[in-house]
Structures are given as C-alpha cells and as structure tokens.
Ligand binder design. Structure first.
Ligand SMILES: Nc1ncnc2c1ncn2[C@@H]1O[C@H](COP(=O)(O)OP(=O)(O)O)[C@@H](O)[C@H]1O
Ligand SMILES: O=P(O)(O)OC[C@H]1O[C@@H](O)[C@H](O)[C@@H](O)[C@@H]1O
Length: 473
C-alpha cells in the first residue's frame, strides 16, 4: 500500500477511533447524566413514600390535632372552626334561593328552586376570577362579586320568582378560613391558595349540607380542588372551647381547615419545602401544598427543573419555561399521567406546548409519567389518611356490634377529585387498605358534584327568615 494510502488509512483509523471515543465518552457522559437523573427520581420517590404504617401515623396525628383544635382556640394548627350550622338540610326545604360559590379558581352564582328532593331546579353561571382581584383590594373583589350577582339576578325567569313581599335569600360559599361569630357573619382568618388580599360559609360546610340533603348518612365532606379542606358533624358536647348554648340537634358542623395540618410524619421532600418558602403563605397550609390541585403540578415541575439543572435531563441547557413557577398546572399533569398512547404522545405534546421541550425520547417521557405518579399517589394516600383521622375522631373507623349496616358517607367535591381519576383511585385504594375489608364496606366516598353551591342555597333555605312563617301557615 503506498505511503499516501497508509497515511490516509492511519488518519481514517484515527478519525474513526476519535469518533468512537467521542461516542463512548458521550455515552458515558450521558449514561452518567442519566444515572444522576435517575438518582434524583429515586431519592424523591423514597422521600414521598407513604407505606400504610406512615399513613396510620398521619391519621392518628390528625385525630390528635382535631381534639386539640376543639379544646381551645389556637390549640392546634387545625382551626376546627365552629360553623354555627347545627341543623343540616332535611329534604323538606322549599322555595327559590340564591348561592354564591367563591373558590380558589372559579366563582359561581346559582339559583335553585327547592321542592322535591330529586327535582331541584338549578341555574348557574361560572366565572373565572380575574387574577388581579386575587391580590388586589377586598372592595374590588367583592364589587366584582356583587356585579356578577346583579347580572345573574336580572336573568331570573318566571318560574324562579320569589313570593311577593319577600326578599331574595342567599347562601355564600366562601372557600377560605373564616372564624364565624354566627351563621351569617365572621372574620377571615387568612387568605390561602393564590389569594392574598390585604384588607365571608365555607365551601366544605356547603358540600356537607348539599350531601346531607340527599343522603342522611353523610357525616363529613372533603374538598379536593384548588385547595383542600374537610368539614364534619361533631357532637355539640364534644367541643370544649364552645361556650354557647348546646343546639337542640346536639350536633355542630366543624370546618376543620385541614389544609393547615402539619405533622413530623408527613413525607416532606426538599421540593415541598422550597415550594412552601416561595409561596404566598410560607409555613402555612403544608398539608394542602402536598395534596391539592394548585400545587401538584408545581411539585412535578420543581423535580424536573432539578433534573434539568443537575443532570441535563433535557439537554445541556435548562429549558427556560421550566424555570417559571406554576407553569405546569395539575390538569396538564393529569393529562400526562393518564396518557395511554404507546409512545406517550400526550406527554410529548404537553412538554412541547407548555415547556417548549421537543424531541424527548420515550424513555424520558416515561420518567415524566413516573414523577406524576409519585406526586399524585402521595397526595391521594395522604388524603385518605386525613379521612381516617376524622373517622377515628367520631368512632366510625371500625364496625361496632349491631352496626354492621351503618353507612358513613364522605361527600367529596373539587375539580381535582372529580377529574383526576388516578388520584381518586389511589385514594380509594388507600382507604380500603387502611380500613380493612369489613369497615371499608361501610365507608362510602362519593362525589357530591357542586355540593358547595347547592349546599349554600340549602343553608339559606334552612335558615330562611320566612321559614317559621312557612311552617306556621
Ligand atoms: N382535569 C383535571 N385534572 C386534575 N386536576 C384538575 C383538573 N381540572 C381541574 N383540576 C383542579 O381542580 C381545581 C379547580 O377546582 P374546583 O373545585 O373546580 O374550583 P375551586 O377550587 O375554585 O373551587 C383546579 O385548580 C385544578 O387544580
Ligand atoms: O374550593 P377550593 O378553592 O379548592 O377551596 C378548598 C379549601 O381551600 C383552602 O385553602 C381554604 O382554606 C378552605 O377554606 C377551602 O375550603
């Protein structure tokens, strides 16, 4: 072979070996980065673990905090607020009533005509709350609410008229913690979720009222929406901090404000701690930030960001959109989590449309789904533990002699519970594991759609100023 040919061959071999070295190095580097990314996922998964034993500890802690919150104001992070609702709807309510339902994302105005329990006529309008009103002045927020209500009242039809000489009556579902001084008054404890307004009946109490209207076995209500909360029926003589007269019913609905629950048994990760410190209400609503719709997608984003920064998961630059808080919303996380296509093309589309991340491998997309599953499963199982805490408080976590058929119904509402199927299923599975086969037959968790809106109207009806008149005629 001539010198030139040999030289060319040598150069060729060198070039090939250089390429091989580059590929090997790239592979080693990428395998090293991949291993680093997987370490991040594995560590996160371990931090988020919710074995049954831990869930039982969380449930017991919830029960303890419930007792403490009922013993004295400030006795617990659980406010255990007295709702002054001591008589829940019976199904006999009649008439036309209005309701306002102010949640963390949506605002609804409703009008219902009560007569037959299974023939309630309901009309409503849903309005997104302008974000600027969530952090503006309270007058601007309530002027907005009043304006929307006035527009809705103007649409009243012939069949929804109120009796001559009477005033329209309204129930207000206000999805924020209020220390009530009566059924119709109270002081806001704090703003939560995305609201932070300087200078209003709770939706969970509304859901309990709406649920009880059609099912006398309803004993508690849980909201899993933008935020989370629970309310339940407590024995009036089991509220040491209550100085008032005991109601005839012997019962009182307690608004737990369980989003503010905190316990050393909660499986908190660094991502939860950072989310909390960056939030509008650092140190508050820790349980809510682990399980509710405002936050689940944000937790997933934070883990992906760390993988991008420390393991170049999406390549050697960090996608700029991934650095934007709350850009990955829980509905989008839910869509990726429920992606049933073989090549996870829903995940690919969401990553592209929301985070401007393209050409991901199927392997990468599977990791994204795994993160959604870790976060949603943890939230669902912690929700189940919270419910067990309530059941323990009222002695409904086991089947008592002679009560084999005594059902206890938990009325559920909220967009997270309603739309996130895998979350809902994981919650039910954890509930069954925690209660065991016998007791879980008697505990029914059921969606009470828009219970809070109907419930507010029902509470307006059951506290109507015209009710005595109607009953006496
Ligand atoms: N498809 C979905 N999958 C998962 N979560 C959802 C979905 N749709 C809505 N959500 C969650 O539900 C929340 C809205 O809850 P909803 O009860 O309807 O309103 P609000 O919180 O204002 O009372 C949203 O903030 C979101 O986190
Ligand atoms: O209906 P939403 O917006 O999800 O609200 C659920 C809960 O959100 C919490 O942040 C509030 O403190 C509760 O009062 C409320 O019930």
């Amino acid at each position: 072979m001539g010198k030139v040919a040999v030289a060319a061959a040598v150069v060729g071999v060198a070039a090939v070996s250089a390429a091989v070295v580059l590929v090997v190095r790239h592979r080693m580097q990428s395998s090293g980065k991949w291993a680093k990314a997987m370490d991040i996922v594995k560590e996160f998964e371990e931090k988020c673990a919710t074995p049954i034993a831990k869930l039982r500890q969380v449930a017991d802690a919830m029960t303890v905090e419930m007792h403490a919150g009922l013993a004295s104001d400030g006795g617990s992070k659980l406010k255990m607020l007295i709702s002054y609702v001591d008589n829940l709807p019976t199904g006999d309510e009649t008439g036309v009533f209005y309701a306002l339902d102010l949640g963390g994302t949506n605002f609804r105005v409703l009008r219902v005509k009560l007569g037959e329990v299974d023939n309630v006529k309901k009309e409503f309008e849903e309005v997104s709350i302008p974000p600027e009103l969530m952090i503006g002045k309270s007058d601007d927020l309530f002027d907005f609410i009043a304006g929307e209500l006035a527009k809705f009242v103007a649409t009243e039809g012939e069949d929804m008229q109120i009796p001559a000489g009477t005033q329209r009556e309204l129930g207000f579902t206000f999805s924020f913690p209020v220390k009530q001084s009566s059924i119709a008054g109270g002081t806001l404890v704090r703003w939560t979720k995305g609201f932070n307004i300087e200078d209003a009946v709770n939706d969970t109490v509304g859901t309990l009222a709406g649920g009880r209207y059609t099912d006398p076995d309803v004993i508690a209500a849980v909201i899993l929406g933008t935020g989370t909360n629970a309310a339940y029926v407590e024995r009036a003589n089991a509220i040491p901090k209550w100085q008032g007269l005991l109601p005839k019913s012997g019962e009182m609905v307690i608004n737990m404000e369980w989003g503010n629950f905190r316990s050393s048994h909660l499986p908190l990760s660094e991502y939860d701690e950072n989310l909390d410190s960056d939030s509008l209400n650092p140190g508050e609503q820790i349980y809510e930030k682990m399980i509710s719709g405002m936050y689940l997608g944000e937790i997933v984003r934070r883990v992906l960001l760390k993988m991008a920064e420390e393991a170049e998961f999406f390549g050697d630059t960090v996608p700029s959109k991934l650095e934007k808080p709350f850009i990955l919303r829980t509905p989008d996380m839910s869509a990726m989590h429920h992606d049933s296509t073989a090549d996870l093309r829903v995940v690919a589309t969401k990553l592209k449309d929301i985070l401007e991340i393209s050409n991901t491998s199927l392997k990468m997309r599977k990791v994204v789904v795994e993160l959604c599953d870790i976060v949603a499963t943890r939230g669902a199982r912690l929700s189940a533990a919270g419910i067990l805490g309530i059941l323990k408080k009222i002695g409904r976590d086991t089947v008592k002699e002679g009560e084999e058929n005594h059902k206890s119904v938990i009325a559920m509402d909220g967009g997270l519970f309603e739309h996130y199927t895998k979350f809902r299923n994981a919650m039910q599975t954890a509930m069954d594991e925690l209660l065991g086969e016998e007791a879980s037959r008697n505990i029914i968790i059921k969606l009470s759609n828009d219970g809070s809106g109907l419930g507010a109207a029902l509470l307006a009806a059951s506290h109507s100023q015209y009710r005595e008149y109607a009953e006496s005629t």
